[in-house]
Design a protein around this ligand. Structure first.
Ligand SMILES: *Cc1c(COP(=O)(O)O)cnc(C)c1O
Length: 407
């Protein structure tokens, strides 16, 4: 059937609801869960077709599964990528994508303020494979020129960063990497973890990035009930990533894929509300006398507010603040007391769900780090990271206000 709308630019909200089933299609409104590990062949031509690369033949769920495939198509459409690969977690997506494009002896260039799991993967796991990471200061982008060498396979970025919500100038670092590629005569894969911003608030492909990795456990899942991860990029890149995924085995489970599929239908509604609530909460916290500092890219007090306005289309649902205790409490004691007195916001790690969560970075994402490492990451002991949910904003502001009043 002729595709009448093919020329129109379909909005993100519509793609998130209908995925690739936007046009006339006979079938269920809600895509079924193919809860099976393996697939029947009509006859022995099936495996032969598969061996010859026919993508329509399903064989085994670690390789591919219709429910998983449908979510991959939807994510690729939403994020404007040629293809996507779904994983069992964000870390499975990140580790598999990196291992797919990096071999022993090669190097990753990155910025130090990374998600804790990624940072430890770079620090403790990759060196076992003789893959080492060099960190540059993103505020001095010119340092990239010296860090990148003929050994560099990947520039790995994260923005806004966890938990300090620093904003990295993505376009500038991409530009310098492309110049180095020409100079060295080799391709460097620019990869970004877009978990915090999501595609609604930041489109890294428009800034020249090659590959997006993200934890779908967070905003894409959005209900704190599913673990998943995604890699998005060119067909060629995703095919490499999927080949590695077959052997590392971090494939998505069909039921998790179904939950994600369902969650994506409300993706835009949720994240828009989280953006609004985060801005309102950040403004309220900024006025509170027991708060030393609020970090939110949408506030004009944020040191990179201008850059955030330039490279982001929304400022996200994450707010970090530092407490200012009055009663001689140490900052960590005060932050702990505030978290323990919240009634609406939940004391739990993770982020991106409809419920507001708080966590203390030195107990969670940045636990077991030396004072020197904490300083390098810009993490203070009195910091509280808030993943703002979609509750009534009056309830959230009142909740933080009463909890802060006890310090
Ligand atoms: C949570 C998170 C990850 C890891 O994702 P999992 O789904 O927990 O494996 C990676 N990057 C960022 C920024 C995250 O917040």
């Amino acid at each position: 059937m002729a595709n009448k709308n093919a020329q129109r630019d379909i909005s993100l909200a519509t793609k998130a609801i209908h995925g690739s089933k936007l046009y006339a299609y006979q079938g269920p409104v809600s895509f079924p869960i193919f809860q099976t590990s393996t697939f029947r062949f009509e006859n022995s031509e099936g495996p032969m077709k598969f061996a010859k690369g026919d993508p329509s033949v399903y064989v085994y769920t670690r390789y591919h599964n219709p429910t998983v495939h449908d979510v991959e198509e939807k994510l690729a459409l939403m994020e404007g990528a040629e293809a996507a690969a779904l994983f069992s977690s964000g870390m499975a997506a990140i580790s598999t994508a990196l291992l797919a494009v990096t071999r022993a002896g090669e190097e990753i260039v990155s910025t130090p303020a990374l998600y804790g799991g990624t940072y430890r993967f770079f620090r403790d796991e990759l060196p076992k494979l003789d893959i080492h990471t060099k960190y540059i200061n993103p505020d001095r982008p010119e340092t990239l020129d010296n860090a990148v060498t003929e050994r560099t396979s990947v520039l790995y970025l994260e923005s806004p960063t966890n938990p300090t919500l620093d904003v990295v100038d993505i376009a500038e670092l991409v530009k310098r990497t492309r110049a180095m590629e020409k100079w060295l005569g080799k391709k460097i894969t620019v990869m970004i973890d877009n978990t915090f911003a999501t595609i609604l608030n930041q489109n890294p492909f428009r800034l020249g990035v090659d590959v997006i990795v993200e934890s779908a456990t967070k905003y894409l899942g959005g209900h704190s009930d599913v673990m998943a991860g995604a890699v998005l990029g060119s067909k060629e890149m995703i095919s490499r990533v999927k080949t590695s995924a077959k052997y590392y085995g971090g494939c998505a489970d069909p039921f998790a894929a179904y939950l994600l599929h369902r969650s994506l239908k409300t993706f835009q509604l949720r994240v828009e509300r989280q953006n609004e609530n985060a801005m309102a909460l950040a403004r309220a916290l900024e006025k509170h006398k027991r708060v030393r500092r609020v970090i939110y890219p949408g506030l004009s007090s944020h040191p990179k507010h201008k850059l955030a306005k330039k490279q982001m289309t929304g400022f996200g649902g994450m707010v970090t603040f530092e407490v200012k205790p009055s009663k001689g409490l140490a900052p960590l004691e005060a932050a702990t007391a505030v978290c323990d007195h919240l009634h609406v916001a939940v004391n739990a790690s993770s982020l991106g769900g409809v419920e507001t969560l708080v966590s203390i970075p030195v107990y969670t994402s940045h636990v077991f780090m030396s004072d020197e490492e904490l300083a390098q990451h810009g993490v203070a002991k009195g910091m509280i990271r808030v993943s703002v949910g979609v509750e009534g904003i009056e309830d959230l502001i009142a909740d933080f206000s009463q909890a802060l009043s006890i310090i």
